[in-house]
Ligand binder design. Structure first.
Ligand code: SF4
Length: 95
């Protein structure tokens, strides 16, 4: 019976470690808009509660742009909302 408890504890610890590793990995990432794929549907900007993304007008209509990259937390909400593969994570360049 104690083997079952030990196994459960190991699995829980592994899950915590994977989640921590994932969050550390995402810390150095920031969202980037691939303008040629963006249709201007606004799904990402509407979803973002931190207002990282904003719509800007261009010659073909409107596209998403990253207005406040410092506020980006890599929560993934915008990535999951974009159906046009117009968002991707890139390495953050610290200045
Ligand atoms: S969800 Fe994708 S296609 Fe729509 S505005 Fe955002 S980046 Fe552009």
């Amino acid at each position: 019976m104690s083997m079952v408890y030990i196994s459960i504890v190991i699995v829980v610890l592994l899950l915590i470690a994977v989640k921590w590793y994932d969050s550390q990995k995402k810390k150095n990432k920031v969202i980037c808009v691939i303008e040629s794929n963006c249709t201007g549907c606004q799904r990402c900007a509407k979803r973002c509660t931190r207002r990282v993304l904003e719509m800007v007008k261009n010659e073909t209509g409107a596209i998403a742009t990253v207005k406040y990259p410092d506020k980006y937390t890599a929560c993934g909400d915008c990535l999951s909302k974009c159906k046009f593969s117009a968002l991707k994570l890139i390495e953050r360049v610290w200045q």
